[in-house]
Design a protein around this ligand. Sequence first.
Ligand SMILES: NC(=O)c1ccc[n+]([C@@H]2O[C@H](COP(=O)([O-])OP(=O)(O)OC[C@H]3O[C@@H](n4cnc5c(N)ncnc54)[C@H](OP(=O)(O)O)[C@@H]3O)[C@@H](O)[C@H]2O)c1
Length: 326
Amino acid sequence: MPRVVVFDQTGDPEVLRVVDEPVTAPAAGEVRIRIEAIGLNRLDSMMRAGTFPRPFHLPHARLGCEGTGIVDAVGEGVEEFRVGDAVIVTALPTMDRNGTYADYTTVPASAIIARPDGLDAVHAAALWVAGSTAYGALVEKAHMRPADHVLITAASSGVGLAAIQVANQIGAVPIAVTRHIAKKEALLAAGAAAVIATEEDDLHESVRRVTGGVGVDIILDSVMGPGLSDLAQTARPGGTLVAVGWLDPRPPSFPMTGPLTIHRYVGFELLADPGAVRRIAAFLAAGVRSGTMQPTIDSVFTLDDISQAHRHLERGDQIGKIVVTV
Ligand SMILES: NC(=O)c1ccc[n+]([C@@H]2O[C@H](COP(=O)([O-])OP(=O)(O)OC[C@H]3O[C@@H](n4cnc5c(N)ncnc54)[C@H](OP(=O)(O)O)[C@@H]3O)[C@@H](O)[C@H]2O)c1
């Protein structure tokens, strides 16, 4: 019998249970996918822990907004995909009902794209959420251009590493920020032009040195918290800050210096636009083809070890994406 991960109440990783359930037939406009690999996201652990800001259904909630697999059945009216196609799930705001932590899931055909050639299932599972967030925030929101200096916080996260690659693909200059000096070499190897390890380096002095005293053009921030206004002071006058996440759960401080354009990026909003999904898919596929976009994999778990995978995600010492194979 096919397996599905469910939870009946929010809490620690141990609330996740693997249960057996029959598959459902796709309705009109839907496709059923035999999942091969799942990319884990901070969003998943927030939902499981009960800190997710959107309402969802309990008990028996499913989990997982990202994954890759093979189309297994198509519903009436689906023209663009056939049984046997390798695909990536692009965004599942309804993951409590059709999440990817399972052997099979059924989703609208509009929520999948063809898997780019040249990616195995593990790397394909790690491409979309990090890549689309980095691309959406930097290109669609901040209008990043070649030669822009881009400061990237939590640079060892899936989103941070993808942002380094997106910046390099455009010809911008990615400056990575990590708290830990031990991650410096890995971030340079991942393509950062410079790395600031805040446990040793002074943020402002480092930015002044790298930008010739001008300040960065764009800040991509996944942390927020009380340090936000200090971080904003690394931007040049007229620069742009895009806030994509709040890894620091404390209330953020509002940047009072300026002029500065501030965006709050929410992926599900951009992904509701089919034109944006086409642009993201084309950008990521071009990056895979040319070798600039290659998801960094921290570790691989199996579906039966899903609680252990979530514990690893929450320790925060990873460099890149955690993937679960099915
Ligand atoms: N807006 C959207 O649509 C969207 C979509 C996807 C993800 N996101 C957000 O993007 C962020 C990254 O997501 P992800 O899944 O790629 O993350 P992840 O891989 O789980 O990120 C882990 C890294 O974040 C850093 N970190 C953790 N807690 C931190 C803290 N309190 N302060 C500073 N750094 C901290 C650590 O790096 P160091 O130890 O090196 O500092 C850690 O290695 C999250 O905030 C997530 O919610 C947003």
